[in-house]
Design a protein around this ligand. Structure first.
Ligand code: SF4
Length: 369
């Protein structure tokens, strides 16, 4: 039986953060109720096609899944259990924002319904920094959310942080990391702020004092060292965990394993086909299947992806699966401290991760891809 991951997109948020280019809309009770029904219909519609798969990871992401409320989330999870074969010990993750994880009883209900893991969008431990990027929670709420989640039985808990925020200094970033580590999560993700076109951040980038690329790189390298000292293993460019606590769901993406996405904007890679539903909630609620992307990637595209995704991971890529020309590029990177060869695998070093895009382009060009 083949393994499968499910991604359930919840496109609602309390307010739009200034840097966000995810598909998320303001919360509306009526639409949220209709959305649960539409998602349930889509989950049922795919049931037969996934009947010979065993689901070992389910990820509720967004948007802000926790805004949907525990009752709706429990109903959706129930629909997942009813329609799919969930493997024993499967990882079932719920993304939550700290301000909507303040109700300890609601978290207990979610844990009892079957969620095994919670990922909290902490982003910063500094309230002024949070306000500057449009986040609606405070650090005190993050601390309470972590306490609530633990009390509810979520010991598999992840925190997201962003570095390179407007006006952020190295000292502030160090304090954020220390505050996150003091909360003792099993897993941490650290992302550099990206200024995406079309976001309010992009429009205001000239007025906001944003750390430059060099400052972001220093922050990243500091995080890698600091988290190693705190006992966290880095397993991907942006992801760190206690031993055995890597995100099984995200690891599927890097290993090119199959997954099905539900909800507008969700992507799937299933049965050799890659597809994404349009970012159109109205069409979705009306059961119209509108794809923004649908293709069968060629072997060459798959090979490009295999190399690109494997080189995001700390394990890297088996040297004997790479042609000589690609190995030559990585050998040159190794000489500059940007890559290493260990137990037959080539992997980028933290400094190599900082320049992974040009390295990958060079590898693909050397392979004639
Ligand atoms: S909470 Fe997340 S999904 Fe929602 S607006 Fe902010 S960054 Fe975007």
């Amino acid at each position: 039986m083949r393994s499968l991951g499910l991604y359930i997109h919840i496109p609602f948020c309390r307010a739009k953060c200034i840097y966000c280019d995810f598909y998320s809309l303001p919360r509306s009770e009526a639409r949220m109720e209709a959305y649960v029904s539409a998602l349930t219909r889509q989950l049922e519609a795919w049931r037969e096609r996934a009947a010979d798969h065993s689901v070992d990871s389910v990820y509720f992401g967004g948007g802000t899944p926790s805004y949907l409320g525990s009752e709706r989330l429990c109903r959706l999870l129930e629909a997942v259990f009813q329609n799919y074969r969930i493997a024993p010990g499967a990882e079932l993750t719920l993304e939550a924002n700290p301000d909507s994880a303040q109700d300890a009883d609601a978290l207990r209900r979610l844990r009892a319904a079957g969620f095994t893991r919670i990922s909290l969008g902490m982003q910063s431990a500094d309230d002024a920094e949070l306000r500057r990027i449009g986040r609606v929670h405070t650090h005190a709420e993050t601390v309470r959310a972590v306490e609530n989640a633990r009390a509810a039985g979520f010991d598999d808990l992840s925190l997201d942080l962003i570095y390179g925020l407007p006006e952020q200094t190295m000292e502030r970033w160090q304090a954020n990391l220390a505050a996150a580590s003091a909360l003792a999560p099993a897993h941490l993700s650290c992302y550099g702020l990206k200024v995406e076109e079309g976001t309010p951040l992009f429009a205001r980038r000239g007025q906001l004092r944003l750390p430059d690329d060099d400052a972001q790189a220093e922050m990243y390298l500091y995080a890698v060292d600091f988290l190693a000292q705190q006992g966290y293993e880095q397993y991907e460019i942006s992801n760190f965990c206690r031993s055995g606590r890597s995100s099984r769901h995200n690891s599927r993406y890097w290993a090119l394993s199959e997954y099905l996405g539900f909800g507008p904007g969700a992507h799937s890679d299933f049965g050799g086909e890659r597809f994404a539903l349009a970012r159109d909630l109205d069409a979705y609620l009306a059961d119209k299947t509108v794809y923004s992307e649908k293709s069968v990637p060629s072997p060459r595209e798959r090979e490009e992806e295999r190399i690109m995704l494997a080189l995001r991971t700390v394990r890297g890529i088996a040297a004997d699966t790479l042609p000589k020309a690609a190995q030559e590029v990585l050998r040159r990177c190794e000489a500059h401290g940007l890559a290493r060869l260990s137990e037959g695998f080539y992997a980028l070093t933290p400094r190599g991760f900082l320049v992974s895009n040009p390295i990958i382009v060079e590898i693909l060009e050397a392979m004639g891809l």
